[in-house]
Write a protein that binds this ligand. Sequence first.
Ligand SMILES: NC(=O)c1ccc[n+]([C@@H]2O[C@H](COP(=O)([O-])OP(=O)(O)OC[C@H]3O[C@@H](n4cnc5c(N)ncnc54)[C@H](O)[C@@H]3O)[C@@H](O)[C@H]2O)c1
Length: 434
Amino acid sequence: MRVTMIGSGYVGLVSGACFADFGHVVTCVDTDASKIEALNRGEIPIFEPGLGDLVAKNVREGRLSFTTELAGPVRGADAVFIAVGTPTRRGDGHADLSYVYQAARDVVAEIDGFTVIVTKSTVPVGTGDEVERIMRETRPDADFAVVSNPEFLREGAAIGDFKRPDRIVIGTEDERARAVMEEIYRPLYLNAAPLLFTQRRTSEVIKYAANAYLATKITFINEMADLCEAVGANVQEVARGIGLDNRIGSKFLHAGPGFGGSCFPKDTLALMKTAQDLGSPLRIVETVVAVNDQRKRAMARKVITACGGSVRGKRIAVLGLAFKPNTDDMREAPSLAIIAALQDGGAHVVAFDPESMAPARALLNDVTFAADPYSCIEGADALVIITEWDAFRALDLDRVKLGLRAPVVVDLRNIYRSEDMRRRGFSYSNVGNA
Ligand SMILES: NC(=O)c1ccc[n+]([C@@H]2O[C@H](COP(=O)([O-])OP(=O)(O)OC[C@H]3O[C@@H](n4cnc5c(N)ncnc54)[C@H](O)[C@@H]3O)[C@@H](O)[C@H]2O)c1
């Protein structure tokens, strides 16, 4: 199959490289010329484990290429995937669909023969109808079908998720489109990943329902963590105790500083707004959004308490900036709100992250960036762990203690054991443990 990917970010680049690896001929298009130039030089503009090798292999074997010119790759494509961003729209919290609609206009001008237009971006219910309307209006003669195919990959594990998905959701009732989509995903469903065909609107709802449900699960255990702190219980054992119940499941039950990232915050907000507009408000999702918003600054208050009630004039070492390990993505990272709140309290923040310091520099003011964990900790009045990178799980604790001015550790990911840390003489606090 000839596949064209519009948008070569976290989703477009991973999907494009994986489709090429299945044997399809893929062109990834992006309007960001510097991104395409980097890719054509063999550089990967994002950090995603395994992506460099996968891209290099498929470029070398002639199945994957990159361009800013959409016309050639769209003509003659069997399917054109739209994988552009759908960030929160400024001012009202809805998804900003301008990139999706622009891509639809650009694509329809060039299609040649029957083409399947696949929305891979996360878009509110009804967007497929609007994309179709825009395209028909722009070019009434064009032969195409608009399909929804939401993406469920996780940054940091994106290639594995794409190649071994729990399911592939395809929203279309068009028989020709269905045949093309089956052919594109054939290598996967031969490996038993269920292909779930639904109506287009249902497919769009599935994506938001999945993200909202996972965000709810995280928020639920975060509130349980607060209760555990208040009553002297242990949230990790609570999570294990409920997670072993198959009806609940153990995933997404790690208490922490609140969810961040490029998906959950914007998708819960957009779903909430869509539902309100449609007169069918989702009260649970509204609560999740509100609870999670407040949680990030609450984590800064936890640090302030651990520092004896004030951080004014104190040096606070922060380990981990990315919204989760194994990515450089800083979008809506809890670190941003926590650091801002610590700075509001008069702290000077020194930070280290293995991969996200370059994007973090553009988002954080007055932060000193350290070269490694130990120089970050040196002379600090407290250490705060915000992202659970493997590199932070086995720190040399004697060295940490020697480096710190006061042995205060706030572990917002529960990667150390309270008893062990206290035995070593740390004043240690974490999330949801008495
Ligand atoms: N990042 C994730 O983990 C993830 C997971 C599942 C779904 N999604 C969804 O996938 C979509 C893309 O997310 P992302 O994280 O890859 O975003 P991203 O910002 O990393 O990438 C989007 C890319 O699209 C490009 N672009 C914008 N308009 C364009 C146009 N008209 N033509 C060509 N290129 C254009 C941008 O330059 C950018 O490189 C979003 O809707 C997101 O919600 C993301």
